[in-house]
Write a protein that binds this ligand. Structure first.
Ligand code: FAD
Ligand code: DLZ
Ligand code: SF4
Length: 511
């Protein structure tokens, strides 16, 4: 008897039960395939990091005595799809049974179910042993109605006994320290650089290029900046806890031309490919708070992202797919401006956020939400195009987490399943949280016109967006303020603002 076990590129969980002891009757297989490199155009660093982490993981398994078959992207004989290669390796090893872990993505689950049918072997699907809420639990909690994130998060805190007192009350007396977490970063303390780097992957890059894989962004193959092994990911976690977590809370929503990473952890890639377990990341933050090196507000703010948002969006994804991918509640149809692919725009905030995304395959949350996402929302860009952009460009982008964040949180295309109001903001918000507006060719204070500096596009587009969707949002109590402000605005001012928006919408590619 030989069991063929598939390990996907985002299933590099060394602590999984599968790997407890080497077994002569188990053949593992990992494969680099064009079906995965081509379903969307990925950032060069994302492909490099995934392949390099897969190769490192396979080598470690082999060194520990497991039987591993690894198909490289350029191998002759590589059939370039999961189904094709599974058939190939099953025949090679004389497999009598096929096993796999649950895939995180809807598309891949379907592909693997079909592949298993074709193999015609007894087949089992096991948990990936990564998330805190498993898929059965999520199905129970999300099937009837998607809860609000805040209540899901409180429940997770209680269930997993994280930052709660013995009587299930939140430590510190409140569940959420968001109000304290909204400061602009003055440039001091300096933001620490992430500790990874120095991976020379030029050889791997040559293989990827020779195989004809088309990518976006800079490869930086001679010095790739992502953790590629569990050891590196652990070191990155320790570095974050010591050097950035103390300021994570206050500067969580800050943006600056002087730093691409600020006090963010950069752990999303390691988490999503499962080099790190969310529980160990949460425990490290809580331990730092218990040791007194980190304030509760920073610790809780960070824990909320992982225990709350990360698990929550997964619940939404599995409860709502496949229909979720079709959501376009605001009927947004415009193409994404061409400069999303080049960074060549006169708008300083977008130039910085897109430029750094192309260069590093990374942008922190508030850049994704309030700069690139906000602009696409206000301009009414097609959520299919917005989704494809986010799914390709970030090293951490896997559909289960990318899509609810993009289509749901950022574009409101799910009609409010995730967010109770759209994340729409004008230049006043961006100016408050960043230093972008100072260096911009546009005037953050103007809604329209402008002789020297033209009016900031976010301002007129913001009002145009609210007016376009008045029927949907005007009665939302959380949106009452801006609608009241609009009603009070002088009629000429309103007309000039809407005319400015129409002008900008007619020439988005030129902004
Ligand atoms: P930190 O700020 O250090 O946060 C710590 C961890 O919390 C992250 O590593 C991540 O695992 C988790 N986290 C934080 N916010 C979220 C969130 N909203 N949803 C899920 N997990 C969260 N995250 C992805 O992992 N993959 C994506 O493809 C992705 N696409 C996004 C698209 C949009 C439009 C938006 C608004 C957000 C998206 N996010 C995505 C969430 C978030 O922006 C990233 O997780 C974060 O920027 C990763 O950087 P970090 O590790 O430095 O995060
Ligand atoms: C994203 C990605 C890429 C680019 N390439 C591969 C690959 O060649 N082989 C592989 O096993 N996985 C790859 N992945 C990750 C998969 O797309 C991922 O497993 C699914 O998105 C499920 O989350
Ligand atoms: Fe962005 Fe407008 Fe500020 Fe320029 S002025 S950086 S376009 S918000």
């Amino acid at each position: 008897m030989t069991i063929l076990r598939l390990i996907l590129g985002d299933q590099l969980n060394a602590a999984h039960t599968w790997f407890r002891a080497p077994r002569t009757d188990v053949q593992y297989v990992l494969m680099e395939v064009r079906s995965e490199t081509d379903y969307v155009r990925h950032h060069a660093q994302k492909v490099l990091a995934i392949f390099a982490a897969m190769r490192t993981f396979a080598a470690a398994l082999e060194a520990a005595g497991h039987r591993v078959r690894y198909l490289k992207i350029g191998d002759t004989g590589n059939r370039q799809s999961f189904a094709g290669n599974l058939a190939l390796v099953a025949a090679e090893c004389g497999a009598t049974r096929f096993e796999r872990m649950e895939a995180d993505e809807w598309r891949v689950e379907r592909v693997l179910d079909e592949a298993a049918q074709k193999l015609g072997l007894p087949h089992a699907v096991v948990d990936s042993e990564h998330f805190l809420a498993d898929r059965a639990e999520l199905a129970r909690r999300f099937a009837a109605k998607v809860p609000r994130m805040e209540f899901f998060y409180r429940d997770m805190r209680r269930r997993h006994r994280i930052l709660v007192d013995t009587d299930d009350a939140p430590v510190g007396g409140v569940w959420n320290f968001d109000a304290q977490n909204r400061e602009k970063w003055p440039g001091d303390p300096p933001a620490p650089a992430w500790p990874w780097g120095g991976h020379d992957l030029s050889g791997l890059w040559d293989e990827i290029v020779a195989a004809g894989v088309e990518t976006i962004g800079s490869a930086h193959a001679e010095n790739l900046l992502w953790p590629l092994s569990r050891r590196e990911a652990r070191a990155g976690l320790a570095h974050f806890i010591a050097h950035a977590l103390p300021w994570f809370g206050p500067y969580q929503d800050a943006m600056s031309t002087r730093s691409t990473t600020l006090f963010h952890s950069g752990l999303s890639f390691a988490l999503n490919v499962k080099l790190l377990h969310p529980r160990e990341v949460i425990d490290a933050a809580v331990t730092a708070w218990q040791a007194g090196t980190v304030e509760l507000a920073s610790c809780e703010g960070f824990v909320r992202q992982i225990l709350g948002w990360r698990e929550f969006v997964r619940g939404v994804y599995w409860a709502r797919m496949p229909g979720y991918a079709q959501g376009n509640a605001l009927d947004a149809r415009r193409p994404l401006p061409a400069w999303y692919w080049t960074g060549r725009t006169k708008m300083a905030c977008l130039r910085h956020a897109i430029g750094q995304s192309l260069d590093t395959a990374y942008a922190h949350h508030i850049q994704r939400l309030m700069i690139t996402g906000n602009f696409a929302l206000l301009a009414g860009c097609d959520p299919d195009e917005v989704d494809a952009w986010y799914l390709g460009i970030y090293a951490d982008a896997f559909e289960w987490v990318e899509m609810p964040n993009t289509r749901g949180m950022s574009q409101f295309a799910d009609g409010g399943v995730i967010a109770s109001k759209p994340y729409a903001g004008a230049a006043s918000y961006i100016g408050k949280q960043s230093d972008y507006c100072k260096a911009c060719a546009y005037d953050a204070k103007r809604r329209h016109g402008g002789s020297g500096k033209p009016a900031c596009p976010f301002n007129s587009l913001y009002w145009d967006f609210l007016l376009r969707h008045e029927a949907r949002f005007a009665r939302n109590p959380r949106m009452a303020m801006p609608y009241k402000a609009w009603a009070k605005m002088d009629a000429t001012e309103r007309a000039a603002t809407l005319a400015q928006a129409a002008d900008y919408l007619g020439k988005l590619d030129e902004l």
